[in-house]
Design a binder for this molecule. Sequence first.
Ligand code: PMP
Length: 398
Amino acid sequence: MWKNIVAAPADSILGLTEAFRNDPNPQKVNLGVGVYKDDAGKTPILACVKAAEKLLLERETTKSYLPISGDPVYAACVQKLLFGEDGEVVANRRAATVHAPGGTGALRVGADLLKKFMPKATVWLSSPTWANHKGVFATAGFPLSEYAYYDPATKDVDFAGLTRDLQAIPAGDIVLFHTCCHNPSGVDLDQGQWREIVEIARERGWLPFLDFAYQGFGIGVEEDRYAVEQFAASGLDFLVASSFSKNFGLYNERTGALTVVSPTAAESTVAMSHLKTVVRVIYSNPPAHGGLVTATILSDPDLHRQWLGELAAMRERIVAMRSALVDGLNARGVAGDFSYIKRQRGMFSFSGLSDATVAWLRQHRNIYVVGGGRINLAGLTSKNIDYVCDAIAEALRS
Ligand code: PMP
């Protein structure tokens, strides 16, 4: 069957990781891949996760299936993270949450759900966006379009372009937003801008879909959910795809959730019934472990506190690396203002490096950066920061 079929192209970011792995140079640096790394260059298992796993091992009595929507304690924990301990949405049962396999699974469940009831919708993505957004929504059968987001000239949000585009999107379309830590640019919307966006959504009637893959990696768990809170307060319908890959370090446990928020509890019940039918035919019910770990941590005050501390340490290390990079380039007299790298949030930065510089860094210094110049700040460490700053300074001079 496959002999006349052309092979699919490799995923560009995962392809870069493979090239990195095969590079024998001990000084090589990977600024491409989208996982957190500590100062030793490792992607650690959080201590709170290890502690929760120990508890689970002792307490676990069965490997029988979870419900289609996943563990109900997990769903309640996800809702508290999204809406706060005593959020109105939770009290009024306006949210329906299913445990999905990672943020990607949550996006796909949401896409399949919406395709059933909004078959003619176009899905609007930020320009630029995480590459997989296009794949997920196109594969679910949606035509795609883009709204203005990042302005390379100002290295900031093109808010005039963004509002112009959002105002022109018709009712019945779907608009995907990055709730915080925009991937790939690192450039986020501020609180006033979110409030304006909620107003446009209300006036125009398109459906907001929030991708929330980095809660706690921006400013903090509560600060980062500002957009969710604003949409919740608006009473509008919207969806949130959560991922706990980064903030709990549960990458390979595929731990995410899709939450559908509705104006009333009665509508939310209907939404949940359809969510279950969507999940049933894709993966029937979710993998348990990551959700149980997350729920164990969030339900235990000590583990919860420990998680917040470990999350803050990850966030602060990234912020420190942003400063070290900018200061390092300035100290080397590199022309240009790199201060925008300090203003960006989350793991990623549009570094402003050209494709030619990216190619030079890889060829001459074994430093791997994704085309377009997105760098993962978590790939920088106290050991390689000088090497990277020297290399960028030289690349920009040559
Ligand atoms: N959305 C965005 C913006 C992401 O960056 C990622 C992860 N790279 C995801 C969703 C998916 O996360 P997960 O690995 O949990 O599927």
